[in-house]
Design a protein around this ligand. Structure first.
Ligand code: NAD
Ligand code: MLT
Length: 315
């Protein structure tokens, strides 16, 4: 049986497939047309966020049984269409959550202490010791939107640095939110009360543009927002306008409406924005975890086992 790996995957995952007797083709950075050719005869497809699994790719596939996401987000997969094509879709929940939560906390500190601005200033010959006075996070309110795998870890990290942690998640009851380390609040209260807002929800119809012009107006002028979840959950144009109007103090982004984000994009030039290039899961540990997990899950399924972490159920 054949596995196609169309986005970068750690060697440990590739070796696991080979040791289970699969033929493995690693072919990354392909255009849709190229992908439509190489998908022929493939039983299992391994992706991260770059490959778009849409109707055209599923139509082109003649033998595909399973798509495995080495990571969490499945917004690049048309799941209903996969179901129609009898293709199981699975992800590897939890395997990169610590990495993403640590990056969110890193961004909180970077914003609070002007780390990126200090670095940039020094490189251009400026010693901005007075201008870049920061704030401490101790005693401040951290508002977490989405208390799933990553949100729960961030809640623990936030408490560890002595923040008050509040959380909003409409799919969890109050007890579950408390058990994940946050005080349950409404979305409106979270936006109004938080000194730092960190977003950890999937990108869905409901969460696209969740942070828009109205949301920013409700935030404290001294507050920061961090998005290490998915581009588009924050409306970038509205964020730039709100930063210009000083409706909030700053923002940190790891994910963008368009990736790779174009160098001339307004969001990269906005004052008070600290950016990383989708690094949430880019740690050695997380990449080994997701690669081994996806290889283990796909091998198990293709060899007749029950699908693990499947998000659909073709008949
Ligand atoms: P998860 O499924 O474990 O948790 C998501 C949580 O969001 C769930 O508890 C769900 O109930 C909640 N939720 C859904 N809709 C909501 C809404 N409208 N308002 C509030 N809460 C809502 O997912 P996770 O592993 O914690 O991942 C969270 C996000 O982070 C996903 O978008 C994922 O793709 C992204 N992610 C990004 C990186 C990165 O590299 N930057 C790495 C890993 C995950
Ligand atoms: C994810 O959803 O798991 C992330 O976007 C991580 C990634 O694959 O870069």
């Amino acid at each position: 049986m054949k596995i196609l790996i169309s986005d970068p995957l750690h060697e440990d995952g590739i070796e696991l497939f080979k040791s289970e007797g699969f033929e493995v083709e690693v072919n990354t950075g392909l255009s849709p047309d190229e992908l439509h050719k190489v998908i022929k005869g493939v039983d299992g497809l391994v992706i991260r966020s770059a490959t778009k699994v849409d109707k055209a790719l599923l139509d082109a596939a003649d033998n595909l049984k399973v798509v495995g996401r080495a990571g969490t987000g499945l917004d690049n997969v048309d799941i209903p269409e996969a179901t129609k094509h009898d293709v199981i879709v699975m992800n590897t929940p939890g395997q990169n959550s610590n990495a993403a939560a640590e990056l969110a906390l890193g961004h909180i500190f970077a914003l609070s202490r002007n780390i990126a601005r200090g670095h940039q200033g020094l490189k251009s010959g400026k010693w901005e010791k007075k201008q870049l006075r920061g704030r401490e996070v101790k005693g401040k309110t951290l508002g977490i939107v989405g208390l799933g795998n990553i949100g729960a870890i961030l809640a623990e990290l936030g408490a560890g640095v002595k923040m008050r942690v509040i959380g909003f998640d409409p799919y969890l009851d109050a007890e579950a939110i408390k058990a994940r380390g946050a005080e349950p609040v409404s979305f409106d209260d979270l936006v109004k009360e938080a000194d730092y807002i960190s977003i950890h929800v999937p990108k869905t119809k409901e969460t696209t543009g969740l942070f828009n012009a109205d949301t920013f107006k409700k935030m404290k002028n001294s507050a920061f927002v961090v998005n290490c979840a998915r581009g588009g959950i924050i409306n970038e144009e509205a964020l730039c306008d709100a930063l210009d109007a000083e409706e909030l103090a700053g923002a940190a982004l790891d994910v963008y409406e368009v990736e790779p984000v174009p160098a001339e994009a307004r969001i990269l030039c906005a004052d008070g924005v600290c950016c990383t290039p989708h690094l949430g899961a880019s740690t050695y540990e997380a990449q080994v975890n997701v690669a081994v997990a996806v290889a283990r899950q796909i091998s198990g399924y293709l060899k007749g086992g029950e699908p693990e972490f499947a998000v659909n159920a073709p008949k």
